[in-house]
Write a protein that binds this ligand. Structure first.
Ligand SMILES: *Cc1c(COP(=O)(O)O)cnc(C)c1O
Length: 388
């Protein structure tokens, strides 16, 4: 029998890095010491007090049954408490908070709640690849908002044509931004609210990195600005803040109708997050400063070591104020993939070509700071020896 995949599978964007992957495998097979700066996944463990909370909750049979679809009330209350403490945003845990099985799950399901076939979704490019993919899975059409260096890697809302504004129903944003590391303040979010309200566009702000910021910076929540609760929602995740990527827990907050729509979809797809994981997530939220400065301090030290090395090698990059990435410009004469290839061939370092995050990522590569500091130092020494 000929098992045929649906068109939505055939239409997935092509995988661009086969050549680089093959070369990496070949080097490893030869015994070369490859340093992988490609994967954005914290290398340090989840804090112990959170693991202990999971252990206690996992031993309680009450947590072994189907969880509530929207998340335990105690989890939603903890999320609301954290939003008030951290951002001064007041939320009703009953209707304005929804538990997610990771924010990726939220991003993947949001278009199913709001997008009919042919509707346009405004997605940042370069950006998290799930935004355009979840759009097309729902039958929507992604419209790429280029993030240019000249604009501080913010989308130019005034450049969105009138016919696109009319057809657009949803906009994804993400600050602090992966992959560009850009941060933004309330002025831009004010403009977004005005734009969204004027054009009836729901805003979904992916806020996975608000807690990973350096030199005392405190990135804002989109929901802090006036009118944001009228137009949108925001996704927060435990993954990056507490080194919990494997646990799969996050939450959506914001406009009641928006949260309700996503909840409707999820009720029909999944059955919620394991309650013991939610209990551990409550422990994390209620003690969110515990060890956070130390964890961020480790990334900040790595950023300083790595960026000093880039400076010495004469390689340009966007100064990282938040996230655990460095967004590096390919030297003139190199495409993203050529630069990534050169780093791999000459120094056995794996980086992600910017194109992997969309066509406007061409000309850049992304490096992650989520490897042991001594390995990163070794990477810096190798990069200094590369001839460009
Ligand atoms: C890591 C990441 C996520 C995924 O977070 P999970 O909560 O682990 O699903 C979402 N958005 C962006 C931009 C990320 O970098």
């Amino acid at each position: 029998m000929d098992i045929r995949w649906a068109r939505r599978i055939d239409e997935l964007p092509p995988y661009l890095f086969a050549e680089i992957d093959a070369k990496k495998e070949e080097l490893i097979k030869k015994g070369v010491d490859v340093i992988d700066l490609g994967v954005g996944d914290p290398d340090l463990p989840t804090p112990e007090h959170i693991i202990n909370a999971l252990e206690r909750a996992a031993n309680d049979p009450a947590n072994h049954r189907y969880p509530s679809y929207v998340g335990m009330l105690s989890f939603r209350e903890a999320a609301a408490r954290w939003m008030r403490r951290r951002f001064g945003v007041d939320l009703d845990p009953g209707s304005e908070v929804l538990a997610l099985i990771g924010s990726k799950e939220g991003v993947a399901h949001i278009p199913l709640a709001f997008i009919d076939p042919g509707d346009v979704v405004l997605v940042p490019d370069p950006g998290y690849p799930v935004y355009p993919v979840s759009t097309t899975f729902a039958g929507g059409v992604p419209w790429l908002m280029p993030l240019y260096k000249e604009n501080g890697f913010l989308p130019d809302l005034s450049a969105i044509p009138a016919d696109i504004r009319k057809k657009a129903k949803l906009m994804f944003l993400n600050y602090p931004n992966n992959p560009t590391t850009a941060v933004t303040g309330n002025d831009f979010f004010d403009d977004v609210v005005e734009f969204a309200a004027a054009n009836d566009i729901i805003v979904c702000h992916d806020a996975a990195y608000t807690e990973i910021a350096y030199d005392g910076l405190r990135p804002p929540s989109f929901l802090e600005v006036d009118g944001a609760m009228e137009v949108g929602m925001e996704l927060h995740s435990h993954s990056k803040t507490y080194n919990m990527t494997g646990w799969r827990i996050a939450f959506a907050v914001g406009n009641k109708r928006a949260i309700g729509g996503l909840g409707k979809v999820k009720t029909n797809i999944d059955s919620g997050a394991f309650q013991a994981v939610q209990a551990a997530a409550i422990e994390a939220l209620d003690n969110y400063t515990l060890g956070l400065a130390e964890r961020v301090g480790i990334y900040q030290e790595r950023r300083d070591i790595f960026c000093r090395g880039l400076d010495e090698a004469g390689i340009k990059y966007h100064h990282t104020e938040a996230t655990f990435y460095v967004w590096i410009e390919a030297p003139s004469g190199y495409s993203s993939q050529q630069f990534a290839n050169t780093l791999l061939t000459q120094s056995a370092i794996v980086v992600t070509p910017g194109e992997g995050f969309g066509k406007y990522g061409e000309g850049y590569v992304r490096v992650t700071l989520t490897i042991a500091t001594d390995r990163l130092t070794e990477a810096v020494e190798r990069i200094k020896d590369v001839t460009l």
